[in-house]
Each structure stands twice: as structure tokens, then as C-alpha cells.
Design a protein around this ligand. Structure first.
Ligand SMILES: *Cc1c(COP(=O)(O)O)cnc(C)c1O
Length: 397
């Protein structure tokens, strides 16, 4: 029976290759960090992980995770409500709520699951979801599982958001949904305007802060802190798989009743296994560190400024902003990939992004700065971009 499917898949795979869209996984041979080795043994400076705070291989988090495993075991072999809840799970939910400034929190195996879980129980066919056109794939999928009517507003166009909210105004309840940070451009949502418009139209606000939790905002609480709207966002989803140690796991944080109801109804919570104790313990340690000191997010901020300013001085075109996601605009697909390949030869690990990940003709290299980078490593990257950029004709001026 498989023959027909094999033929079809082979043809589809050949097409993906022919379109230049085939994704190869580059095998790294070290733990995650500012310096990693790739398969041929060469050491490179890593500028493409979501390891914003450099905590992915932090010794004290590793130690906490080991202790968590020794005390609480390797796994739970159960969903939360049967026999998969231990004291640390409750502690982590409390710690996340405090860190984000929300009433309560519910844990998931990933933020993808959290976004898959959040909409369907809360909103029915008489409700509306107003969603940014560039929202993350997991938000799009979560909305698909839900019967609410969907209104898509044009990214960054708050006049359009106003209009879509007006169009949704006859609905019983409306939820506005946005990424806090958009991962291809590194732009931060204007949550002040989003909250004002939501208030005007009596809608609720949900933010996915996966690229912000731990470092955006003066004390790293996220884009609601950055935008001065703490207390005005109703629901936050986020991941433990990026800045917060980078293992895995995610959550929904929000009003007490929302979280209580989701514990009863959210399908990825009811029908999927609980977070492993070592991740719970590691994430608890991460939040303890980030609550005690802003040193890491401060270093990330100054590294980001150093990189952005240095790149502009070197004549490379970067998208303006303050987020450690720094898109180096090359526009041309082939140039973006050629440049990323040449940079790897120079010891700088970056990835070129092109259609369909970004719009056609807007190809770029997405650089991600980390608190783990030294100033010397940042300067080395700028020098390599200047050298390779000149070689390939990518320098303006
Ligand atoms: C990375 C990301 C996710 C997925 O998080 P996981 O915990 O890896 O599933 C969801 N939303 C956004 C905006 C993200 O950037």
C-alpha cells in the first residue's frame, strides 16, 4: 500500500530541493553556547540560537536540574491531573506567575502546546479572535482548533487593528492575540496601542512572549514591561525553551479563572505528559537568578547595542530596533545564503533566511545576540560581516 505515498513524497521532496527550500540539519558536537563546534570539528561563534541569556549550559542551572532529577526522578509517566503533579510543578507555576506579574500559571510541554491549548476552551462560535498577520505558527494552529470567528489584522497596522476590532464588535467576547516580539524582524509589538484599542472595543489581550520573557523590559519580565502595560494583558503564553535555560516547556499565565478553567479543559494539558522534574527544577533556578539580578539582560542589551552600532558603522543594512534579533538585510536570496556560507568559513555561525520564511525579495541573515558573547566575539562578527560583505558586494556607502 505504501508505494503510492512513497512516490508522492519522493516527488514532493525533489520539488522542495529544486526550489532551494530543503532544510539540512547541521549537527553540532558540543553543548549549546557562544562557542560551538560543527561536524567537521571546527569551532565557530554561534549567532543563531535563542540562547539570549547564555543559560542553555549554565553550571548552576545544570546543577539544579541534576538535583531535581535526583530528588524527584527522571519522569512522571503521567499527565498532571492523574499522578503527574509534584511540589516543584506547583512552585514553578507560582514562580512564573510572580515573575510575569500574573495571577496564575499552567505548565505545558512546550509553548507550541500552550498556544494549541489556550483558544478552544475559552472561546466558542459566538466569540472573535483578532490576530496579527505575522503571528507564530503555533498561534495560527491553536486558532484553527477553535470555533471563534477569526479576524486577521495587517502586521504593525494599528488602524487596521482598530477596524478589525470594530468588525468583531457584535461578538460575545473578543480576544486580541499578538506575538510580543516577531522573530523574523525582531520588532516589538506596540502593546500600549494594542491595549488601548482593546479597551476601546472591550476586548481582551493575549501576548505570546516567547522571544521576550527573561530579558525584554527593564527587569526582563517581557514586552508588557517594556511597553508599560503590566496588569493590562490578560493572557501571556511563553516558552522555557529560549532565554529561560532553553530546555523545553511552556506555559499560559493569566487570570485565576482562566487558568483554573484551562486545567479542566485544555486538551494538551489533560492528554499529554507532565514536564520532567529536571526541567522544572532548572527553570525554577533560572527564574530565581533572573529575579535576583538584571546583570544578564543588561549585558545582552549592551552586547546588542554594540553589535547593531558596529554593523551600521561597517555599512551593513540592519533593520532598526533594540531586540537581540538583528536582521541583516541582503534582499537577494542567493546573496543571503552565499554570505552565511562564507561567514561560517570565517568562524561566524549565522543562517540566511529566505522565502517562504520571509517575504520574497526580503532575504536576510538573522543574527541573534547573546549575553554569553564577549565584546571581542561581537567585534569579530562585525569584522567578518564587513570583510565578507565587501567581498560579495553587500556593503552600502
Ligand atoms: C519558539 C516559539 C514558540 C514555540 O515554543 P516551544 O516551547 O519551542 O514550543 C511559540 N511561540 C513563539 C512566538 C515562539 O517564538
Amino acid at each position: 500500500m505504501y508505494g503510492a505515498m512513497r512516490d508522492e513524497l519522493k516527488a514532493k521532496l525533489a520539488q522542495i530541493r529544486a526550489d532551494g527550500l530543503y532544510k539540512n540539519e547541521r549537527v553540532i558536537t558540543t553543548p549549546q553556547g557562544a562557542l560551538i563546534s560543527v561536524k567537521d570539528g571546527k569551532e565557530v561563534i554561534n549567532f543563531c540560537a535563542n540562547n539570549y541569556l547564555g543559560l542553555a549550559n549554565d553550571p548552576s542551572i545544570r546543577e539544579a536540574a541534576k538535583k531535581g532529577m535526583d530528588q524527584w526522578g527522571y519522569g512522571l509517566s503521567s499527565v498532571r491531573f492523574i499522578c503527574g503533579t509534584q511540589a516543584p510543578h506547583k512552585q514553578l507555576e507560582k514562580a512564573v506567575s510572580e515573575f510575569l506579574g500574573m495571577e496564575d500559571t499552567i505548565l505545558f510541554g512546550s509553548c507550541f502546546d500552550a498556544n494549541g491549548a489556550v483558544f478552544e476552551p475559552l472561546l466558542d462560535q459566538d466569540c472573535a479572535i483578532v490576530t496579527d498577520s505575522l503571528n507564530h505558527a503555533s498561534i495560527i494552529d491553536g486558532i484553527r482548533l477553535c470555533k471563534a470567528e477569526r479576524f486577521i489584522w495587517e502586521h504593525n497596522d494599528y488602524k487596521d487593528l482598530d477596524e478589525k476590532l470594530k468588525a468583531a464588535s457584535s461578538k460575545k467576547m473578543t480576544l486580541v492575540v499578538t506575538d510580543g516580539v516577531f522573530s523574523m524582524d525582531g520588532d516589538i509589538a506596540d502593546l500600549k496601542t494594542v491595549c488601548d484599542l482593546a479597551e476601546k472595543h472591550k476586548a481582551m489581550v493575549m501576548v505570546d512572549d516567547s522571544h521576550a520573557t527573561g530579558f525584554v523590559g527593564k527587569t526582563g519580565r517581557g514586552t508588557h514591561e517594556h511597553n508599560g502595560v503590566m496588569g493590562r494583558v490578560d493572557i501571556i503564553t511563553t516558552t522555557f525553551g529560549k532565554a529561560l535555560g532553553g530546555a523545553s516547556g511552556g506555559c499560559i499565565s493569566g487570570k485565576a479563572e482562566v487558568v483554573e478553567y484551562l486545567r479542566q479543559k485544555a486538551r494538551p494539558y489533560l492528554f499529554s505528559n507532565t514536564l520532567m522534574p529536571s526541567i522544572v527544577a532548572g527553570t525554577l533556578r533560572t527564574l530565581e537568578m533572573l529575579s535576583a539580578s538584571t546583570a544578564l539582560r543588561d549585558r545582552l542589551e549592551s552586547n546588542t547595542r554594540r553589535f547593531r552600532e558596529g554593523m551600521a558603522r561597517a555599512g551593513l543594512e540592519i533593520r532598526p530596533g533594540t531586540h537581540p534579533i538583528t536582521p541583516v538585510m541582503l534582499w537577494d536570496e542567493k546573496l543571503a545564503h552565499a554570505m552565511a556560507d562564507r561567514l561560517l568559513e570565517e568562524g561566524i555561525y549565522v543562517i540566511g533566511f529566505s522565502f517562504p520564511v520571509v517575504p520574497r525579495g526580503k532575504a536576510r541573515i538573522r543574527v541573534q545576540i547573546s549575553a554569553a558573547h564577549t565584546e571581542a566575539q561581537i567585534d569579530q562578527a562585525i569584522a567578518a560581516f564587513a570583510k565578507v560583505g565587501a567581498e560579495l558586494g553587500a556593503i552600502k556607502k
